[in-house]
Design a protein around this ligand. Structure first.
Ligand SMILES: [Zn+2]
Ligand SMILES: [Zn+2]
Length: 128
């Protein structure tokens, strides 16, 4: 067993989130990928395993502190993009964002997270 180092795991995550492909760095086999929300948190973790050589790795972003986050203007652009198309792309790294609509009643509240850089927004903070 030869698991991926954190640097290798990051390379795989970049490839997965930007090009939608994840391949073993040792033998080029397509990896088995799982992308799940970490229990009790808004962070999503990517896990991947090679069926050929058995290597395993995982990647999860560190949630961005406020000063590194998207600016309010960027957050509004992302939200508008989501409402217009049902999808949104990170303005920092072009990863496809995870968009979760909450709210059973009343106006929809939406949480958006970047699976790569950890930037995030909550639409409730953007309402005027
Ligand atoms: Zn492999
Ligand atoms: Zn990002």
């Amino acid at each position: 067993m030869n698991n991926y180092s954190p640097e290798e795991a990051k390379r795989i995550a970049l490839s997965y989130f930007l090009n939608e492909t994840a391949k073993c760095l040792r033998d080029g086999t397509s990896l088995n990928v799982k992308h799940n929300r970490v229990m009790g948190s808004s962070v999503w973790e990517l896990e991947f395993k090679c069926d050929k050589c058995g290597s395993y790795g995982s990647y999860k972003p560190i949630p961005a502190p406020k000063e590194d986050n998207w600016t309010e203007d960027q957050q509004k652009r992302i939200l508008n993009q989501y409402w217009a198309t049902g999808n949104a792309i990170c303005l920092n790294d072009n990863a496809r964002l995870i968009c979760q609509e909450l709210g059973e009643t009343g106006p929809a509240r939406i949480l958006i997270n970047c699976p790569l850089c950890g930037r995030n927004l909550d639409s409730i903070n953007l309402e005027n």
